[in-house]
Design a protein around this ligand. Structure first.
Ligand SMILES: [Zn+2]
Length: 400
């Protein structure tokens, strides 16, 4: 038995600004006591405690810290074992940030499935390989399908190993013009048929899409979750609220382009376009929260400048910067997100898993670190990474 005393906490639904004492027996939460209690047990103190974080959109085989575009391209031809090394390091980074579940958003090399099979510490939901139109965006994560029959056959084949179906519905944003490249990849009829086929096979669907036209098609086709969703509109958000469509707004990749324009060499007009895109995105995320759209936090880690683990914390901060209350921002983590990711809901309550994250997001002052009852090997990895950062007040390394 041991105890953790936190200055504030999130129980999976509500943020509590007052201290809490959580008694942990093996890997289960035995008791949650209000206030800072003397239990006589070995006690760890921290600024904030919550259930393990969920990263709803990342690409484990890609190193988001790699900013050399040539190196990133060469990585796509790297041997499988090299990709696995990168993915294992990213598992460690997620654990170090307090993430206990990730949803991988696709790779065509099968690294996500291999990591899922081998991971004892981080729960991985893997879509395997996504679907796209021939010659269109998404080569590194998707296979090409031409006809609806081909699509149906692919969905049935993927269903044998995938946890979700990822569909590439649009291109990416051309930051210089401030628009999305190309028309939507699938029309509403075809995409609707793919979604129905996936649902029949027991797969939820999530679609890469940005641009008003593509997002509208994806929502009308019944896709379960809109990924990215830049150039959102109020009308589409109302349809999403009615249909229960989730939104993973992935601020981080665009925010990095704006914050570090020298990496890609963006001109001042392009930097201004990036800022306008981010501002509009923030307004629509705030509107989504008001309308009751199911907002889910996912960082698109693996994209340039989007480091696994740390970027998810940034993503939650972006939600706060949109004006969301702490409760709303943390609920974008869980428990609905766990449900969307197909995992059991967890709460910081007796009987709950003690794979709990400790971090101090409410004060935005420190970095997160993971809670003890995870296996020792993973704790060691997380600690080693954590020590390389600068410890800050309110989040101590757990004594051992
Ligand atoms: Zn992605």
């Amino acid at each position: 038995m041991k105890a953790i005393v936190a200055g504030s906490w999130f129980d999976g639904a509500r943020h509590h600004a007052e201290p809490v004492t959580i008694v942990v027996d093996d890997d289960r939460i035995a008791e949650v006591l209000p206030g800072d209690r003397a239990t006589g047990l070995p006690t760890t103190r921290c600024g904030f405690v919550m259930p393990g974080l969920v990263e709803a959109h990342c690409h484990l085989f890609l190193d988001g810290g790699e900013l050399d575009f040539g190196a990133r391209t060469r990585h796509l031809d790297a041997p499988f074992e090299r990709m696995m090394e990168v993915a294992r390091a990213n598992v460690g980074r997620n654990l170090a940030a307090g993430v206990t579940l990730v949803r991988d958003a696709g790779d065509r090399y099968g690294v996500n499935h291999a990591i899922r099979a081998g991971s004892r510490t981080l729960a991985v939901r893997s879509a395997g390989i996504a679907l796209r139109r021939p010659g269109r965006y998404g080569a590194f994560m998707a296979r090409e399908i031409t006809t609806l029959d081909e699509a149906r056959a692919a969905v049935r084949e993927l269903a044998a190993t995938a946890d979700d179906l990822k569909i590439i519905e649009t291109g990416i944003i051309d930051f210089e013009s401030g628009t999305v490249k190309g028309a939507p990849q699938f029309d509403a009829e075809t995409l609707g048929a793919i979604v129905r086929c996936a649902h029949e096979a027991g797969l939820r669907t999530f679609a890469h899409c940005s641009g008003t036209e593509g997002i509208g098609v994806a929502v009308d086709a019944g896709v379960d979750s809109i990924e990215h969703g830049f150039f959102m509109t109020g009308d589409i958000l109302r349809r999403m609220a009615d249909r229960g469509t989730a939104w993973v707004p992935t601020f981080s990749p665009v925010h990095f382009q704006w914050r570090r324009p020298e990496v890609a060499g963006w001109s001042p007009p392009t930097i201004a376009k990036l800022r306008a895109i981010l501002d509009s995105h923030a307004e629509h995320v705030a509107m989504a929260a008001r309308l009751g759209v199911n907002l889910v936090a996912g960082s698109d880690a693996g994209s340039p400048g989007v480091a696994h683990g740390a970027a998810l914390i940034d993503e939650i901060r972006h939600f706060l910067d949109c004006g969301l209350a702490m409760d709303q921002a943390l609920r974008a983590q869980r428990p609905r997100c766990r449900g969307d990711c197909g995992a059991p809901k967890r709460r910081t309550s007796p009987g709950g898993s003690a794979s709990t994250s400790r971090c101090s997001m409410p004060t935005r002052s420190t970095i997160p670190c993971i809670w003890e009852p995870l296996p020792r090997s993973c704790i060691r990895t997380a600690r080693a990474q954590w020590r390389r950062r600068t410890p800050a007040a309110g989040c101590e390394a757990a004594p051992r």
